[in-house]
Design a protein around this ligand. Structure first.
Ligand code: 3PG
Ligand code: MG
Length: 396
């Protein structure tokens, strides 16, 4: 079922509140270190501006504590500056969200104008979905567009209660949300076979629902990352000093049983004596991690085998790094699978904050069919969940 989109709205001369997800990574100095999410919203923002609208942009950044002295690091000034560079037109940033400064700036907007409100999470009403706060925010504009795919799994005011303040014909999704939903829908309902899922990351517990939902749809589910060792332990193998979720062994056994031979575990491992990037390392074959060693990456034979399965797949979906990829000695496995995806003739989709960052950093982002801007939202889509933030946007 397709949702009303920004194409369906009357934009000319209107103030459009666009909920974007500009929750971007920042450097220690507060600079935007990855502007992918800002760039991904540009088609929607430019479309609205080209059709005579002005923009009131709403986003969160991080998880501010609510203590004003700690909030400085979560202000949206640097994000607004980056947006101004990318849009190539002036962007006004105000220091509140619904207060007098925001109201005055919104009232002063002329067609083509762009206003960025302060971090919406500075208001306690945001998390709570407070209707009074939502009405104040909605009062700044004539129409609402959700282009915050990365936040669609949240029920916060700006995602649900705010659109509910607008008449049905003034609520829509933007191009980013439309594209992300289309790709995920195709992936889950009519993937080009055979479909291979590649799941990494530290914890089995984060992926249980995803794995359960994907298993019936995939030919193979390839496992990497530290969750490998929870699976190996669940099978009764020694795991040395590797990271294991000791309280998730039953869940891991349940998944192993459910998956049968669809679930593929690494056949070799890069192990080290400690987490230190300079620790002694070696490759061990098989399913046993020696005493005193911990697994930090998939081994070369596994990387080659996974690479072959990826290259021959019709569809590949990837979430979660294969090892401790932030350290050079432990990133080969993650680089190899990213390379195989880039070379694959199949449909390749990458999601999850860390995985998308890895692909970007290795320079393969352009070679993927799609790199999602969603972390939690992407995973919850793979779990088969539906979102309240989208239920409030009418179907076409
Ligand atoms: C994300 O990065 O996952 C989204 O921006 C949502 O942020 P949150 O996890 O803090 O709600
Ligand atoms: Mg998150």
């Amino acid at each position: 079922m397709s949702k009303q989109t920004i194409r369906d709205l009357d934009l000319s001369g209107k103030k459009v509140l666009v909920r974007v997800d500009f929750n971007v990574p920042l450097t220690k100095e507060g600079a935007v270190s990855d502007d992918r999410r800002i760039k991904a919203a540009l088609p929607t923002l430019n479309f609205a501006l080209e059709h005579g609208a002005s923009l009131v942009l709403v986003s969160h950044l991080g998880r501010p504590s609510g203590k004003p002295e700690e909030d400085a690091a979560f202000r949206l000034d640097r994000v607004a500056e980056r947006l101004q560079e990318l849009l190539g037109r002036p962007v006004t940033k105000v220091n509140d969200t619904v207060g007098p400064e925001a109201q005055a700036a919104a009232a002063a907007l002329a067609p083509g104008g762009v206003l960025v409100l302060e971090n919406v999470r500075f208001n306690p009403g945001e998390k709570k979905g407070d209707p009074t706060f939502a009405a104040a925010l909605a009062g700044l504009a004539d129409a609402y567009v959700n282009d915050a795919f990365g936040t669609c799994h949240r029920d916060e005011a700006s995602m649900v209660a705010v659109p509910e303040c607008f008449p049905a014909d003034r609520r829509a999704i933007g191009f980013l949300v439309e594209k992300e939903l289309q790709i995920l829908d195709t992936l889950l309902k009519h993937p080009k076979p055979p479909m291979v899922a590649l799941m990494g990351g530290a914890k089995v517990s984060d992926k249980i629902l995803v794995i359960e939902n994907l298993l019936p749809k995939v030919e193979r589910l390839l496992i990497g990352g530290a969750m490998t060792y929870t699976f190996l332990k669940a099978q009764g193998h020694p795991t040395g000093k590797s990271r294991v979720e000791a309280d998730k062994l039953d869940e891991a056994r349940h998944l192993l049983e459910l998956a049968g031979d669809k679930l593929v575990l690494p056949q070799d491992h890069l192990v080290a004596t400690s987490l230190d990037p300079n620790a002694e390392t070696k490759v061990v074959a098989g399913t046993e991690i020696p005493d005193g060693w911990l697994g930090l990456d998939i081994g070369p034979a596994t990387a080659a085998a996974y690479g072959e399965l990826i290259k021959n797949a019709g569809t590949v979906i990837w979430n979660g790094p294969m090892g401790k990829f932030e350290d050079e000695p432990y990133r080969k496995g993650t680089v190899k699978v990213a390379e195989a995806m880039a070379d694959s003739a199949g449909v390749t989709v990458v999601g999850g904050g860390e995985t998308a960052e890895a692909v970007e950093e290795f320079g393969y982002a352009e070679k993927m069919s799609h790199v999602s801007t969603g972390g939690g939202a992407f995973l919850e889509c793979l779990e088969g969940k539906s979102f309240n933030s989208l239920k409030v946007i009418p179907d076409r």
